[in-house]
Design a protein. Structure first.
Length: 254
């Protein structure tokens, strides 16, 4: 890939999207993959498997920086981290392999409808009740499913894992920090799988813009998650999850 012809004007929209998507992702534990993949597929006509590969290549750097930020701000539950990271990596490998061989577009509206319902439930709970912390029981299956859908759909780790851990009562700040930190290892695994199956096809000039904007915003996420009250985080996660999922359903059936 040659960067000589890529001007700042060409890269600026992708830089801004990368910055905004990572700011939301770092603070709320979701949305970078969904927002970035939607942009690449919808506005550049990129093939879904190439878009997913590009987004995960960027996420190697953004999630690394975001993870460091969350660790420094003590937002990580290391016991929970150990329970989701290995299943997530396994699911990611399976999802990347499936995406390069068979289409899974038929399942996407169903998953998005489920996430929309979860988002509405989190909103309702955030407005009606104070958050009561509980120890989550279903963890490893979430990591496996979240990793698979993240690789196969170009985004899904945060929406699946973060939202379901919150529904089970885990502390929002710890969930967001832990899921973001584990996502680094997921991104490395998925990127390596795509690199083996797709080669240099995964690396585009759009990737460079997302990378610049994403890395610039990554350190801010840990600070935001630490400062925003648990109830506020719950409400904001519900809003982002509902809006992104609803838009995904609209584009899938339109």
């Amino acid at each position: 890939m040659h960067f000589d012809a890529a001007t700042l004007a060409e890269l600026l929209p992708y830089i801004l999207v990368g910055f905004a998507a990572q700011l939301v992702d770092g603070a709320l534990g979701m949305a970078f993959g969904v927002i970035s993949s939607t942009l690449l597929i919808g506005f550049t006509g990129m093939h879904p498997r190439v878009a997913s590969a590009s987004v995960h290549a960027v996420e190697v750097f953004t999630t690394g920086a975001s993870g460091i930020s969350h660790v420094l701000h003590k937002n990580v539950n290391w016991k929970l981290f150990r329970r989701i990271v290995i299943p997530g990596m396994i699911g990611g490998i399976l999802g990347a392999w499936v995406l390069t061989r068979i289409p899974i577009g038929y399942a996407r509206p169903i998953v998005l409808a489920y996430l929309s319902a979860i988002g509405l439930y989190l909103l309702w709970r955030g407005f009606r009740y104070a958050h009561k912390e509980k120890k989550p029981r279903i963890v490893e299956p979430l990591g496996l499913v979240g990793g698979f859908l993240d690789a196969a759909g170009g985004g899904g780790w945060g929406p699946i894992v973060t939202s379901n851990l919150l529904v089970q009562g885990a502390h929002p700040r710890k969930v967001i920090g832990t899921v973001n930190t584990a996502e680094f290892f997921l991104a490395v695994t998925i990127s390596a799988t795509f690199l083996v199956t797709l080669g240099a096809e995964a690396f585009t000039k759009e990737l460079a813009g997302l990378l610049i904007g994403g890395v610039a915003a990554a350190p801010l996420g840990g600070y935001a998650a630490k400062r925003i009250p648990a109830r506020g985080l719950l409400i904001m996660v519900g809003i982002v999850l509902t809006l992104t999922s609803a838009y995904g359903i609209y584009t899938a059936i339109a």
